[in-house]
Design a protein around this ligand. Structure first.
Ligand SMILES: *[C@@H]1O[C@H](CO)[C@@H](O)[C@H](O)[C@H]1NC(C)=O
Ligand SMILES: *[C@@H]1O[C@H](CO)[C@@H](O)[C@H](O)[C@H]1NC(C)=O
Length: 133
């Protein structure tokens, strides 16, 4: 009788360990996802395509189109209207519990871009501010 009790106690404590490992792993994954929000991949493709068609590139020291476009100045407190940042985007990274970024603002001002609006622009469905030409 006491043997049965001991074995059931040890199996429930190992179940507890497994439970805590599971919780710890879940927290880790969630924490990483929260720390490194990534841009909606269809918006990354759209932005790169738009910039390629307009033959413009981001200032890599400010934000990226090589890595994740919602990086650096695109997500920090830099003012969208700051003239030193052109072209420029701003992102909202609060989607999916802070794990997904959507491009909300796009500035392409007086950069002598070819005067067509690429179809890809309509992929940026979260865009509420377009400052171009
Ligand atoms: C641009 O991307 C590279 C590679 O992903 C990264 O190392 C760098 O910090 C990024 N720059 C900015 C300003 O976010
Ligand atoms: C997202 O980040 C903001 C600012 O850091 C924080 O206040 C909020 O609680 C976060 N939301 C979630 C769901 O993690």
């Amino acid at each position: 009788m006491s043997g049965t009790y001991a074995s059931s106690s040890s199996s429930s404590s190992s179940a507890l360990v497994v439970f805590f490992l599971y919780v710890a792993a879940f927290c880790c994954i969630f924490g990483i996802a929260e720390a490194q929000a990534t841009t909606d991949p269809s918006e990354v493709r759209a932005l790169n395509s738009i910039f390629a068609q307009w033959k413009i590139t981001a200032n890599q020291r400010q934000w990226n189109t090589t890595g994740d476009p919602c990086s650096g100045a695109a997500t920090d407190s830099t003012d969208f209207n700051n003239n030193d940042y052109n072209p420029f985007i701003k992102c909202d990274c609060s989607f999916d519990a802070n794990s997904t970024c959507h491009i909300t603002q796009l500035k392409v001002y007086a950069l002598d871009v070819v005067g067509v609006i690429p179809d890809e622009l309509w992929t940026l469905t979260f865009l509420f501010n377009l400052y171009a030409f």
